[in-house]
Design a protein around this ligand. Sequence first.
Ligand code: CP
Length: 300
Amino acid sequence: MNHLVSMRQVGKDDILDLIDLAEKIETGKVHPDLSGRLGALLFFEPSTRTFFSFDTAIKRLKGRSLAMSGSGTTSVKKGETLADTLMTISQYADFIVMRHKIEGAAQFASEILDIPVINAGDGTNQHPTQAMLDLYSIYKTQGTLENLKIAMIGDLRLGRTVHSLAQALTDFNPTFYFASPRHLQMPKHIKDELQNKHIKFEEIEDIKPVIPELDIMYVTRIQKERFAVLEDYEKVKNAYIIDNQMLEDVKGNFKLLHPLPRVNEIKPEVDSNPHAYYFQQAKNGVVMRQAIISKIMKLV
Ligand code: CP
């Protein structure tokens, strides 16, 4: 891997390799060393977890970071192009982690720069490092990635995390249940990809009947900021709200995941439910991002 732009470029062996490396980093079996190297965190869109976990990962690897959180204090404000901004930052840094609202922005960066680029989310398209930490979380809680029953719930059209995760799981024979408001269904190109790979999936409205069969429930936020008309958001914002009662009949191994941030789609009462795993999932992001940087920067 020279860049990490999309889960489409990450095969089954790469996924298992990264999980193995993350596990070894977490258990102290390996200590990749990023000393003397500089990672630039270029976040043109807001972030809490991805920004801070990458910063933490770089520091735990003994590297250093340059950070841009919002472009308001940079020369983007004066009209500098994305290409010129990237070319300039690449004169200072050894690799770039970038979040941008435009789909394909990370791919563009990877094509014009001669340093590695890691996609930290591009519009509604991809969030591959989130998919990798999701896979690590699933692996840690299930002991396998194979043959799992997984429900994805919420905004499946505009939510980039579910696009990357669904693609990443296609090598592991999942059964998917997709539950979303009608206008926020999983995009056709992802469903076509699943069909071509003979992956079983069902689009459902009512999640309650399938909950007792699930290994993983992956809930996402309805993304207000991506709606052009606020009224359309208001109509669907409460479509799915998970509470403790809904989880009464889940299997013992069942885990509730969410990439976060949440708004109201998981009630706070669920946080102390033993099946809730979303904050540990966020924690797993640090070691997985250490593993990704280590691979990209060829430290291991
Ligand atoms: N999961 C995720 O991408 O969270 P942030 O937007 O806070 O980075």
